[in-house]
Design a protein around this ligand. Structure first.
Ligand code: ADP
Ligand code: MG
Length: 88
């Protein structure tokens, strides 16, 4: 966005801050936006991470693996995948 400053708008009593949309930013997902602001310390997923590590080890040994990650919105699926990617 480019800030265009306080701008009078027809029908509004006060000027409001107006921004011009220049294009897409680099952040695509909610988690990427959260990460750009600083994530809370990752806690309480040792067992899940271990299951992912085991699947990776089996895959590296030549037995392809698919892991399903299922849970309510906000429970931490994307974060778990992010932490696993960073380990890998
Ligand atoms: N184990 C965890 N420790 C700390 N914060 C977590 C953990 N799991 C998720 N969060 C945080 O909770 C929020 C929602 O998690 P997210 O992975 O986006 O959920 P989901 O993908 O399941 O909808 C994010 O800000 C994430 O960083
Ligand atoms: Mg998600």
């Amino acid at each position: 966005f480019k800030a265009l400053g306080a701008t009078p708008i027809k029908g509004l009593p006060e000027p409001i801050a107006v921004f011009e949309v220049l294009g897409l930013g680099p952040l695509r997902t909610r988690l990427q936006v959260s990460a750009s602001r600083g994530l809370a310390r990752f806690v309480g997923r040792a067992r899940e991470l271990e299951q992912l590590r085991e699947a990776r080890a089996r895959a590296q040994a030549g037995h392809g693996q698919i892991v399903g990650v299922v849970g309510e919105p906000g429970v931490g699926k994307s974060r778990l995948c992010l932490e696993f990617k960073q380990l890998a």
